[in-house]
Design a protein around this ligand. Structure first.
Ligand SMILES: Nc1nc2c(ncn2[C@@H]2O[C@H](COP(=O)(O)OP(=O)(O)OP(=O)(O)O)[C@@H](O)[C@H]2O)c(=O)[nH]1
Length: 312
């Protein structure tokens, strides 16, 4: 019988640090890794963040792998094995995905892979800010073989103990690793050879989050954009993407009121906003963004033109 390729699922709430962990794994784990991404939102930002690395990527589009894309998922897995024959396949689910259906399907139906383990990345800061664990997060924690308790730099030792107790009460067998920016020895995450079998999921997944995106070829005024980020409406839980300033393009990451900008090799501004009921405030957010677009595009000389932008 052909050897099955080990497959690891990385799941966890929106903005908890899944892509950061993946970037760390790709930088430190000297194996041939193929990645399957399932993103929420019309523009595949995470795929663009990872693409620069020397890795085989497949993007499962903007649906949710947990409910509507299982056929597409199996086809992508088979194609990766035929084309690259990787040592490991890693699947990063969207933050809104409930991984139980995916895990069940991998264990039940996929003939060419073996589920090595489920890694759930948890945001320690968010666990303190929002102590009540939501339905999706609970399912993500229950599914874990390993919980990467990330962002421990943002909480106290006592808060960490409270979080560990809560995680243990939901999943008493998962190993818990504390990390800052996903920095963990990858050897601890792979070769788990999961034995736990996922029962068939009972629920119908009804995503609570909405998203919209915004693209523009304009150059943004940095100070104005930073003020925009500081005052983003509380309905926006997560925002991410690229912003073009005069000094270069930056990766923008916003999670629950905290945000960061990181210089990143991209071309233009593409932003995705995610939250509950945010379509109602979409035009307000876009109008405030447009106020930050400088009314010119730089080439070699300063040219006075109207910026072009696109909304989804
Ligand atoms: N302070 C702090 N920030 C972190 C840590 N890990 C990740 N971040 C930041 O958290 C933000 C979100 O991280 P991502 O890795 O993009 O989160 P994600 O889970 O992939 O996000 P989604 O795919 O949108 O659900 C980024 O600004 C990261 O730099 C950490 O340990 N400490």
């Amino acid at each position: 019988m052909a050897v099955r390729t080990p497959l690891t699922v990385i799941t966890g709430p929106l903005g908890s640090g899944k892509t950061t962990l993946l970037r760390h794994i790709l930088d430190t784990f000297p194996k041939k890794i193929a990645i399957l991404m399932n993103e929420f939102g019309e523009i595949a930002i995470d795929t663009k963040i990872i693409q620069g690395k020397n890795v085989q990527m497949a993007d499962l589009g903007g649906g949710c792998v947990c409910c509507s894309l299982l056929g597409e998922f199996e086809a992508a897995v088979n194609e990766i094995i035929d084309n690259v024959d990787p040592d490991y396949i890693i699947v990063e689910t969207t933050g809104v995905a409930e991984p139980d259906a995916l895990v069940f399907d991998i264990q039940e139906s996929l003939q060419r892979v073996r589920l090595d383990g489920v890694i759930t990345v948890i945001d320690a800061d968010a666990m303190i800010k929002y102590p009540s664990v939501g339905h999706t997060t609970r399912i993500q924690i229950e599914a874990a073989d390993t919980i990467v308790l990330n962002k421990v730099d943002l909480v106290s030792e006592m808060e960490l103990q409270t979080i560990a107790k809560k995680l243990n009460s939901i999943n008493e067998t998962a190993a818990i690793v504390h990390t800052v920016r996903g920095e963990v020895d990858p050897e601890l995450l792979f070769g788990i050879s999961r034995e736990k079998v996922q029962p068939p999921p009972q629920h119908v997944h009804q995503p609570e989050f909405e998203s919209f995106s915004y693209s523009s070829s304009a150059i943004f005024n940095r100070q104005c954009f930073e003020e925009f980020a500081d005052s983003l409406e509380p309905e926006v839980y997560r925002a991410k993407g690229f912003v073009r300033f005069l000094e270069g393009v930056y990766l923008f990451n916003f999670v629950a009121g905290r945000w960061e900008l990181e210089l990143f090799p991209q071309e233009a501004t593409e932003l995705v906003f995610i939250g509950k009921d945010i379509r109602m405030i979409k035009s307000e957010i876009i109008n405030r963004l447009k106020l930050c677009e400088q009314n010119f595009v730089y080439t070699n000389n300063i040219e006075s033109t109207t910026p072009k932008h696109r909304e989804n």
